[in-house]
Ligand binder design. Structure first.
Ligand code: G3I
Length: 657
């Protein structure tokens, strides 16, 4: 069995993450939200990680680099430029990276019972208060903005996980900090107000958070923290917000509790930062793995957006390749794929769910997980493993009911292989002997756990299909995800003529327009290429009455998502054609469009429908000057969102969402 063999020779160049549609930080900034992913050590100098983090995040939290064990390894010894290949990299580099890229820098963590070096643990209790004070003064003082060359930390997790519960009985954790500084008459351990006050003194402008797990999850922990935080506020503790960690899994259903917690902490005048979100997929979750995970991310994002004091939405890591949960030593669940990007840095359904919740859109993509197929032969690991392994010659897996829509152009397979023996993969349409729509030879990726992306053309296949993937050669590889994408050209503005529809109901067609359009009538256009989406719809029509009527544009079916609505008003006569525009919200890729006429009789005589302000991807903007000319600024639409080359300016308007 080759899964356990880990080879260490040089590996092929890792693929870059290439999500389609708009970048999360651009979408989030428009909603007044911070979004980010706590990266691990070394991320900001890694050519694979740094561009993704810079493009997608507007808040940065180092997973470990600002913890005591990284920056304060010995008493009175601070190391701002650690370079430990297994745990810590430079805190200064993280702060500089965040500042240089216009991100809010979120420091984690000042006072916690974990993440401490041995010398702190062996201190006598009576020395710990001055040790804590020195640490806060030095670290917060360094990054308080007084030295611009060093940079600024804007938000601090001042105290972390000071509470613990046994069932429904909660109390303050008996940490060394509590033991050292004692407990006040109100029952609050004195290290808490002291840590907040000390931090506030070292940087009066920083946002100060209390960070904890089991908040927003419908557990007694949150009630206890809520009541205690009220006490802290009453005692004048300078706290600005609460961090909800949210290490959850796909069984999570406590959405109402999540909203209620957001609300009650908000009513205390505190902001809420979702600081450490990850959504584990348990081993027994053997179907709909990514779909269910995506739904949870989306629902949490929607609920965060619904409350203005929910300021930040951060995951703990960005790729399933490197997450603390891959190490069971720390209570993790290896293979639980908890984040927005997979092991090959491909954006998962969860990524697109977050993008959609933020109001973005993207061309269709489809991710098939090797371990969640419908039938198979000669493979192991399915359906409950992280990936498919021990694939032998002649093995196959079958995916039923795969909706290929109007077709995809590229297959990006995420696989690992630790041998140079020949192997290949074929994707057949319909059955084992159906036509081959993609094939490739598998290469040595540098180890059986070193997953790499292989991109190959996809030729053929539309609509609902069965796909059979056949493996050839004794050491084909370990397989994770098959990502189907279209390399869509970004179409420029285009016009659909009203009289040239594909199907209709209730309209009359004249040589240059349609007429007698009444409530409930519709026309349908098949195969409309919306590319990455458009910002504005321009309609040429004439109307000679004052009935309140409208044109709705639906995607996919008469009742599919509505991407535009235009109220039709009198143009002064049934032959007086005029133009009117409306924003387009959503819709991308090749689509069926239904123009539905509603509101009463005499909606108008329809001449044409023009799609304007095409959205372009960041890579298209960067590589093609021509794309800029398509990306005209929409001054009337409130939703003409187009990604532009990153300018790295934080733009967080005080919006009411
Ligand atoms: O430095 C050692 C290295 O020498 C050794 O070879 C290696 C073995 O795996 O471990 C290395 O250090 C580990 C470090 O992570 C880097 O991987 C530490 O032992 C380990 O304790 C540390 O774990 C971190 C943990 O906090 C404790 O600090 C995790 O990466 C980090 O994700 C986790 O994050 C916490 C938050 O801070 C607070 N909330 C919960 C969250 C998850 O536990």
């Amino acid at each position: 069995m080759f899964i356990s063999v880990l080879l260490t020779f040089s590996v092929p160049q890792a693929a870059q993450a290439t999500p389609v549609g708009q970048r999360l930080r651009d979408l989030a900034a428009k909603r007044g939200l911070l979004i980010g992913f706590a990266p691990g050590f070394g991320a900001v100098n890694d050519p694979v990680q740094a561009p993704v983090i810079a493009a997608e995040a507007n808040i940065f939290t180092p997973e470990n680099n600002l913890k005591w064990f990284c920056i304060h390894p010995q008493q009175n010894v601070y190391d701002w430029n650690r370079n430990d290949p297994y745990s810590c990299s430079s805190a200064d580099a993280d702060v500089k990276f965040a500042n240089d890229h216009g991100m809010i820098m979120h420091g984690h963590v000042l006072v916690w019972h974990e993440g401490l070096p041995a010398w702190v643990m062996s201190m006598s209790l009576d020395q710990l208060e001055s040790v804590m004070n020195d640490h806060i003064d030095t670290v917060v003082g360094r990054y308080n903005g007084s030295n611009l060359a060093i940079g600024r930390v804007h938000v601090w997790d001042v105290v972390n996980e000071a509470v613990t519960c046994n069932g429904s009985t909660c109390g303050y954790r008996d940490s060394i900090w509590k033991q050292a500084m004692g407990v006040g008459s109100d029952g609050v351990p004195l290290f808490i107000p002291k840590a907040f006050q000390r931090t506030h003194a070292a940087d009066p402008n920083a946002v100060l958070l209390y960070n904890d797990g089991a908040l927003g999850e419908g557990k007694p922990h949150a009630d206890f923290v809520y009541n205690e935080v009220k006490k802290w506020l009453a005692a004048g503790v300078p706290i600005n917000g609460v961090g909800f960690q949210m290490h959850i899994d796909t069984d999570f259903n406590q959405f109402a509790a999540f909203s209620a917690d957001l609300q009650r902490f908000g009513k205390l005048g505190l902001d809420v930062y979702i600081t450490e979100l990850d959504v584990m997929i348990p081993p027994y979750q053997n179907s709909q793995r990514y779909t269910q995970q995506a739904a949870i991310y989306k629902e949490l994002m929607k609920r965060c957006l619904a409350q203005t004091h929910c300021k930040s939405f951060q995951t703990w890591g960005w790729t399933d390749r490197w997450t603390w949960l891959n190490d069971s030593t720390y209570g993790g669940w290896p293979g639980s794929d908890p984040l927005l990007f997979n092991e090959c840095f491909q954006p998962k359904p969860a990524y697109y769910a977050v993008q959609e919740a933020l109001g973005g859109s993207h061309p269709a993509t489809l991710m098939l997980q090797a371990e969640a197929y419908n039938q198979g032969q000669g493979v192991q690991g399915a359906p409950d493993a992280e990936f498919l392994y021990y694939v032998t010659d002649g093995a196959w897996i079958q995916f039923n009911n795969v909706n290929l829509g109007s077709g995809f152009t590229t297959l990006k397979t995420c696989y690992a292989k630790g041998s140079s023996d020949p192997g290949s993969v074929e994707v057949h349409l319909g059955s084992m002997t159906g036509s081959i729509i993609a094939s490739f030879n598998t290469q040595d990726t540098g180890g059986w756990n070193n997953f790499q992306e292989q991109a190959t053309p996809l030729t053929g296949g539309t609509g609902n299909q069965t796909l059979v993937v056949k493996f050839i050669g004794s050491a084909t590889g370990n397989f994770d995800d098959f990502l189907l994408e279209s390399t869509q050209s970004t179409p420029g503005p285009f016009t659909l003529q009203a009289e040239k529809y594909d199907e209709q109901q209730g309209v009359e067609t004249y040589p240059t327009f349609i007429g007698f359009v009444d409530n409930g009538d519709w026309i349908k256009f098949n195969n409309v290429n919306l590319g990455n989406g458009f910002g504005r719809l321009r309609v040429g029509y004439a109307k000679g009455n004052k009935t309140k009527t409208r044109i709705e544009v639906h995607v996919g079916s008469l009742t599919g998502p509505k991407i535009a609505e235009l109220k039709t008003t009198s143009t002064g006569g049934w032959n007086t054609f005029k133009e009117k525009t409306t924003p387009i919200k959503g819709g991308a890729g090749v689509q069926t469009l239904y123009f539905v006429f509603a509101g009463g009789d005499g909606v108008g005589n329809m001449d044409y429908f023009t799609f304007e302000n095409p959205r372009v991807t960041a890579s298209a903007v960067n590589s093609a000057a021509a794309a800029e000319t398509d990306n005209t600024v929409d001054d009337t639409s409130e939703d003409a969102e187009s990604t532009s080359a990153p300018s790295y300016t934080i733009y967080l308007p005080a919006v009411s969402r």
